[in-house]
Structure formats: C-alpha cells, structure tokens
Design a protein around this ligand. Structure first.
Ligand code: ATP
Length: 315
C-alpha cells in the first residue's frame, strides 16, 4: 500500500448530496505521485463532483480529502498554487495574443514555466502571436492546457480533455498528456472514453452512481475485452459454418463474434458467404454502448453497491 508521502491525492469515505440526491456515496481514492490516474464513468456518475471537491470548488458533506498534503476545504489557495486545472472552456481575454495570455497568467505564480517552452509543449509555437479569438476549438483547448501548466504544477486536473476532438486532434492531445506526465507531474483525468484511459492512464477508477465499482490498471479491468466490436448474423438452417465464424450462439439462432479487428473478420466472413452462396440474414456490426460496458465491468453489481461489495481488480 502506498504511504501518505507517495500520494498526491488521498480520499476516504467522501460523501456529497444535492438535496435528496446522493451524488457520492462514500468513495476512497489513492492517487500516487507521478501517475496518470483516470476517473472513468457515464454521465452523472459523480466525476465532476469528485474532482471539484479535490480542487476546492465544491464543499463535501463527509469524509477526508488530502491533495498534495492540503485539505481543499480549508487550504484551497495552497492547492491552486501547485495544481493546474484544465477546464473544458475558460474565459480568456479574446484580444490578447496567445503569448500575451500566457505571460499574464505566468505573473500569478512564484516560479512559472517559460512561456516559449510551454508553447512548444502544447504545439502552439506557430500561433504565439495569434489573437485568442482567432484560434480554432482545438487550438483553444491547447491554450487552456498551457494556461494550466504555466505555474509548473505538481498536479494537473484534466476534465474530459478530448471531448469534441477529431481523431487526429485526440491523438495529439494524448501525446501532450504523456509528455506532461514524463516531466513528473501527477495527472488526474476525467473521461467517458475507454480508449482514452487505456492509452493514457496508469490506473483507473470506474465510478457509477457515486460509487467506485472497479479500480486498477486498465489492462486488469478488462476494458479491452469490453470494447470489442461485435459481429452478429443468423446462418440459414443446414449450412455448415466454418469454425472461425461460429463465435458464440445467441438467442434466436444468431451467432455472435467478438473481435478487435472487425474489418478483417467481416471481410473474411462475407467473402466466405459470397463464395458459398450463403445469405447472412440480419448481419449486424456494433460496438457495445458505454452503458453496456459499465454493466459488464460492474458484472451485474447493484447500481448502489454496499461497501466492500465492489469488484476490485489489481488495485
Ligand atoms: P458528466 O460526465 O455528465 O459530466 P459526472 O460524472 O461529472 O457527469 P456530476 O456532474 O458529478 O457527474 O453529477 C453527479 C450527479 O449529481 C448527477 O446526478 C447530477 O445531476 C447531480 N448534480 C451535479 N451537480 C449538481 C448541482 N450543483 N446541484 C444538483 N445536482 C447536481
């Protein structure tokens, strides 16, 4: 078990209610210094509530919280000097240039990171003199990241960093996060995306309805299995289907094949069917919805697990 000094964040029994709604039902978290920690969960799970309590922006009802050794309820200024927060949008002065914006933010901190180095890090060096209101959405998000980094934080909070990004922008953003972590910062990432935590996170906590239902390295949580593509079809009666296309038998005579490389498998399957003159009735290709995946991860656990009943994997 990690000791207090190895931990950037330590949370015990954290609870939060909004009126009748129990948003957090007593969660425990240990985030080690230097790791990328993913907080994964569907809409309304309690991710933002948790992170904003850690940042000192929301009050908690119960439990203990330590962030870089400080209690966010009473020592928020100390935390804000040492932690960077990347929000999904920030109100910056639109007529300042990118570099001017960062220089202004740098004055808030005792030992800021050099602005030109930051511009390189987030891939905005060629936009340094561009006015902020001329940036594209993706460039704006990079600027938000640079603003969070200007104080040279020990801990970085990233709230859904790639929501709304196209695939290439996502991969670039992931590379930036990896670079940051390689500089030694602890990163707390909230996201809906399984592939994001798989690529980035050293450890993940899955939160559903205010409870941590699984925790551990992404590989130990079976996320890769959970996000496999499903090919479904119904072979006509009496057709001898080759073994590699038999998959698992499902209800109504359907066959289900799960695969990481669905394009290849589908090509082979349809090639065989054409050649053999077989109609593949009701052929479907789908990926499990997030809700299904969370259900698989929680393995049918009740929506509000009792303490100690949550499945743990490799934590
Ligand atoms: P998302 O992925 O949609 O951002 P989330 O996991 O961050 O969701 P939270 O925003 O923490 O979830 O919300 C948890 C629950 O608390 C939800 O049911 C939400 O409707 C409720 N909630 C959040 N903030 C408030 C508030 N200020 N007042 C009342 N209810 C709230």
């Amino acid at each position: 078990m990690a000791t207090g000094t190895d931990l950037a964040v330590e949370v015990r029994g954290l609870t939060k209610r909004y009126g009748d709604l129990e948003a957090l039902g007593g969660i425990d978290l240990e985030i080690r210094r230097g790791e990328i920690f993913g907080l994964l969960g569907p809409n309304g799970a309690g991710k933002t509530t948790t992170v904003e309590i850690l940042e000192g922006y929301r009050d908690r009802d119960g439990g203990t919280v330590s962030v870089l050794g400080y209690d966010p309820a009473t020592e928020r200024p100390e935390i804000l000097l040492r932690a960077g927060i990347v929000l999904q949008s920030t109100g910056v002065e639109p007529y300042l240039s990118v570099r001017e914006t960062l220089r202004m933010y740098a004055t808030f901190y005792p030992s800021p990171r050099p602005v030109d180095e930051l511009l390189e890090l987030v891939g905005l060096a060629d936009k340094r003199d561009e006015r902020v209101n001329h940036l594209s959405g993706g460039q704006q998000r990079r600027l938000n990241m640079a603003m969070a980094l200007v104080g040279d934080p020990d801990l970085l909070f990233l709230d859904e960093p790639t929501t709304g990004f196209d695939p290439s922008a996502r991969h670039e953003a992931w590379a930036v996060v990896k670079d940051l972590a390689s500089l030694g910062a602890t990163v707390v990432l909230t996201t809906h995306y399984m592939d994001e935590v798989q690529f980035l996170a050293d450890r993940v906590a899955v939160i559903v309805k205010g409870h941590i239902v699984a925790e551990g390295p992404p590989s130990a949580l079976g996320l890769d299995h959970a996000v496999r593509t499903r090919i479904r079809y119904r072979p006509p009666a009496g057709v001898d289907v080759p073994d590699r296309f038999r998959g698992e038998a499902a209800a109504d005579g359907f066959v289900v094949i799960e695969d990481d490389e669905p394009v290849r498998r589908l090509h082979e399957l349809t090639g065989w069917a054409l050649e053999a003159g077989v109609d593949l009735d009701d052929l479907e290709v789908s990926r499990p919805s997030l809700e299904e995946v969370y259900l698989q991860l929680t393995d049918g656990a009740p929506a509000t697990p009792t303490p100690g009943s949550a499945p743990e994997a490799g934590a």
